[in-house]
Design a protein around this ligand. Structure first.
Ligand code: C2E
Ligand code: MG
Ligand code: MG
Ligand code: MG
Length: 282
């Protein structure tokens, strides 16, 4: 309460906050030039089919190689990019880069034709009227098939304008693109609600997978989500699998796919080639 906070309670804008505000301003400024300066890199994290134990696709995750700050993680700059109105540009660049990477690997016969790439869509790009044009142009210019592309959106992207979301999602599905709900369980929506939207993959957030081996309630919860999802013909991906025990539990629960450090951290494309060359199976 007031007294324990002492004199600081009158000081709304502290020096620390001032520093933070300056840092955000600087990031925002630097972000504006980052695309043309080619400072972004796409990393790829394998998504493993839990039935076969083999890699079925990759999630594209953006990284920013800042000239002085080093590698900045998306958790730190994506909110800034959203605020600055730059996120759609970045997402479009990631989409383009990831699709041409997959085409490249296909052409060199380094991956089979059915390997997919999942790209994260910000709310901003999702509700951009040009979204479909951007997607179609990317598919054409990179020559990958829509079956090779998956898009990840969050529950909040759907909730924000659900009528519009239903139309956009339907159009994307009609193009032949699979749609995933990212970070499922962290938002406010339920499967009963999401069922009305033409999404076909559920990504269970890693907070539910984390310590599942010590927590029977978590296991029950995930088990219920998986059965419900399967009833409405959705596939399930578990995020953040870090231990063999977690993998074992999820596999036994009939979870379709897994992603996490146990298989691999997100890697730059050349390291993905090394990984593929070792033909891993879990
Ligand atoms: P996300 O889409 O849920 O991606 C999964 C995040 O979990 C990634 O963090 C990944 O590195 C991390 N992860 C994967 N496996 C494990 C694990 O076993 N343990 C732990 N502790 N973490 C794991 P990352 O790359 O830092 O990305 C964070 C978030 O930033 C992403 O969460 C996504 O929401 C956003 N993001 C990343 N790239 C893009 C992008 O190109 N566009 C947009 N709009 N958002 C992006
Ligand atoms: Mg994602
Ligand atoms: Mg996720
Ligand atoms: Mg997540």
């Amino acid at each position: 309460h007031a007294k324990s906070k002492g004199r600081n309670r009158y000081c709304v804008f502290t020096p620390v906050m001032h520093q933070q505000a300056l840092k955000i301003l600087q990031l925002e400024n630097d972000l504006k030039r980052a695309i043309e300066r080619q400072e972004f890199i796409v990393y790829y994290q394998p998504i493993v089919c839990l039935c076969t134990g083999k890699i079925s696709g990759f999630e594209a995750l953006v990284r920013w190689q800042h000239p002085t700050m080093g590698m900045v993680s998306p958790g730190d700059f994506i909110p800034v990019a959203e605020e600055a109105g730059l996120i759609s540009l970045i997402d479009t660049w990631v989409l383009q880069t990831a699709c041409s990477q997959v085409h490249n690997w296909q052409k060199q016969k380094l991956i089979s034709e059915d390997i997919t790439v999942s790209v994260n869509l910000s709310v901003r790009l999702f509700s951009n009227p040009s979204l479909l044009t951007i997607i179609n142009e990317t598919l054409q210019s990179t020559q990958i098939s829509p079956q090779n592309l998956k898009l990840e959106i969050t529950e909040s992207a759907i909730m924000e304008n659900s009528e519009l979301a239903a139309i956009i999602l339907q159009e994307l599905r009609e193009c032949g693109i699979d749609l995933s709900i990212d970070d499922f369980g962290t938002g406010y929506s339920s499967l009963g609600y999401l069922h009305r939207f033409p999404v076909n993959i559920l990504k269970i957030d890693r907070s539910f997978v984390n310590s599942i081996e010590q927590d029977g309630k978590k296991t029950d919860l995930i088990s219920t989500v998986i059965s419900l999802a399967h009833k409405i013909e959705m596939k399930v991906i578990a995020e953040g699998i870090e231990t063999p025990e977690q993998l074992e539990i999820l596999r036994n629960l009939g979870c379709d796919f897994g992603q996490g450090y146990l298989f691999s951290k997100p890697l730059a494309s050349n390291f993905i080639l090394d990984l593929l060359a070792s033909a891993p199976q879990w």
